[in-house]
Unconditional design. Structure first.
Length: 587
């Protein structure tokens, strides 16, 4: 839905999110870039889509609705045929299917679409009530017309005939655009997007092919297909990814994009020959998602302050550490998004480019063409950059060039694979960087992990008993009442920043018992962090070759909240559970 610029301007004035001068500057920017004001407001994170739609709904006198897509009744939804619902972007979310006189509650993206309203009158007469909803909510609701992946895929496979489970040679017809195999691949991809999966695993076994999804960091089996479908499935995915179909003995890497519900998704494809056939793993990347503010990622208190201070320095290094899949790239891209202004030149060298950032010059590593991290970084330094992001420091040459760039007036961001923030500094020493250079260029080091986020409706609060409290004290190294007082005072600060309700004493949260099988009590992930600021005392310790344990101890004395403690505080806020924190931080 396109909201007129004059209306958006009025809504911004009413919401008071911008001063008069900033609003004037925004309108000028929209004119200069020839962009609708609505698009610029959303792109600049001034208002999110839901807030802007709600303000617009109030201004035109139509109620706003935020549908809980999970609770939609498919029978009620189907009162509008799927084709019509998708054509006009509208869904029925309440209203009896048995009583034609009952008012149907209908969510629309554009309440001024007279043709759509005319169709609704033909379907239901005058018994309708229109609500305004965001485009994302409507598209998510439209997804519910589909059944679960198992029934959909089995239906397609059954229709394709041939019950023999032996793997056969692949014909062109089998992998054509409209073939059952192509439909199966489309369903696998659609279900991954619907369920918020980060990875799709297609794994051959002796008698069948297992489809598994990594959802919130945990692999779950979704379906089993006949073994005969393997070659055609892999070939179809290779065609999409522009890979060699006839090469089955060597691993291959590729990439493809699809657009679904108005959002662009990139799929990073990796094939690997194993004993039972070719295994395929696809990483799902939502290219339409905007980088989140640091507070939404889970940074708060001193950690947030240290990052904000380091990222406005004119030069130096900011490093993010953690294992693969711990959200390092997400953190870096959120910081770059904050710094991305028209008056700075930001250049990156990445492998692969996971998030596209408007206005940032992003370069993909390509070893075959001689574009390594080192070659790319050397080239970037001749491109007059203010800010440089190196996807990963893997060797001493890249580390040395990064340090030199930071010394010569550039702000450098990068990642390293270490267990925590303190071990990052000795790791640079191992790469041949002199201690005095590390002390002078590194501004902050962020250590992080990802934990699953509790769903408020599916979780319950509980007070730990004596045995549970003792186990928590042992696991989190809490040795005295003084330690508990410090933790509770930090909880108060975090409650305020995350806008969580205040609680008294030690209260923890866990998923409710007897939840339906498909609900785990968790949805989505969040970060737990430790941010080590390179203070004067820490610099002295680096120069004197102190151990990572000594550096960590000094940082904690200066107020650093360790990753595990950050997790405990978030568990006490009801954001995650103790079990999750121990799962990802236990060494």
């Amino acid at each position: 839905m396109r909201i007129p610029d004059i209306t958006v301007e009025e809504l911004l004035k009413k919401s008071s999110v911008l001063s008069v001068d900033k609003l004037k500057a925004l309108i000028e920017q929209a004119d200069n870039e020839k962009l609708p004001l609505q698009e610029l407001v959303l792109r600049s994170n001034i208002l999110d889509e839901a807030t802007l739609t709600k303000l617009y709904a109030e201004s035109i006198g139509i109620p706003f609705v935020d549908i809980n897509v999970k609770e939609l009744d498919r029978e009620i939804l189907k009162q509008i045929p799927e084709k019509i619902a998708k054509l006009y972007n509208m869904v029925v979310f309440a209203g009896s299917i048995d009583n034609p006189k009952e008012v149907r509650q209908i969510a629309m993206e554009d309440a001024d679409d007279l043709q759509a309203i005319d169709v609704l009158h033909k379907l239901f007469g005058q018994n309708i009530k229109i609500f305004l909803a965001t485009k994302f909510t409507i598209l998510s609701a439209l997804d519910q017309y589909r059944g679960n992946i198992g029934s959909e895929i089995n239906k397609v496979i059954t229709e394709s005939g041939d019950a023999d489970d032996e793997e056969l040679a692949v014909s062109e017809d089998e992998i054509a655009e409209d073939s059952p195999i192509a439909q199966t691949v489309n369903l696998i991809i659609e279900y991954a997007i619907k369920s918020g999966a980060s990875d799709i695993h297609i794994e051959p076994r002796d008698k069948n092919v297992i489809i598994r999804y990594r959802i919130d960091g945990v692999l779950r089996e979704a379906n089993r297909l006949p073994k005969r479908t393997l070659s055609a499935l892999v070939s179809r995915i290779k065609i999409l990814s522009n890979l060699k179909i006839d090469e089955r003995r060597a691993p291959q890497d590729g990439r493809f994009k699809i657009t679904m519900n108005g959002r662009v998704f990139a799929f990073r494809v990796s094939t690997l020959p194993i004993s039972e056939g070719e295994k395929v793993v696809m990483r799902v990347l939502d290219e339409s998602s905007e980088p989140l503010p640091l507070l939404k990622l889970g940074f708060w208190g001193k950690a947030l302050q240290d990052i904000q201070e380091a990222s406005v320095e004119p030069h130096g290094m900011l490093l993010v550490t953690g294992p693969t899949g711990s959200g390092k790239s997400t953190t870096l891209h959120s910081v770059l998004h904050i710094l991305n202004k028209p008056d700075v030149n930001i250049s990156t060298i990445e492998d692969p480019i996971e998030y596209k950032l408007e206005g940032v010059n992003q370069t993909q590593v390509n070893p075959v063409a001689g574009m390594s991290f080192v070659a790319g970084l050397r080239a970037l330094l001749r491109q007059d950059p203010n800010i440089i992001m190196v996807g990963e420091i893997r060797d001493s040459e890249t580390a040395g060039l990064g340090v030199q760039a930071a010394l010569t007036g550039h702000l450098v961001f990068s990642t390293l694979h270490t267990n925590n923030a303190a071990t990052c500094l000795p790791r640079l020493l191992d790469m041949g960087i002199e201690p005095f250079l590390i002390a002078s260029v590194v501004r902050v080091v962020i250590g992080q992990r990802l934990v699953r986020r509790l769903v408020p409706e599916d979780s319950e609060a509980y007070e730990p008993n004596a045995a549970e409290k003792k186990e928590i004290e042992r696991a989190f190294n809490i040795n005295s009442k003084q330690d508990w007082y410090r933790i509770l005072s930090l909880v108060e600060v975090a409650q305020q920043q995350f806008e969580r309700p205040k609680t008294n004493g030690i209260l923890l949260y866990r998923p409710k018992k007897n939840l339906p099988k498909e609900r785990t009590g968790y949805k989505g992930r969040m970060g737990i962090y430790e941010v080590l600021a390179n203070t004067t005392d820490v610099q002295k310790m680096i120069v004197t070759n102190s151990t990572s344990e000594e550096i960590q101890k000094k940082a904690v004395e200066e107020g650093m909240v360790t990753m595990q403690l950050d997790g405990l505080i978030k568990a006490m806020l009801g954001m995650t559970s103790i079990e999750e924190i121990l799962r990802v931080t236990r060494e």
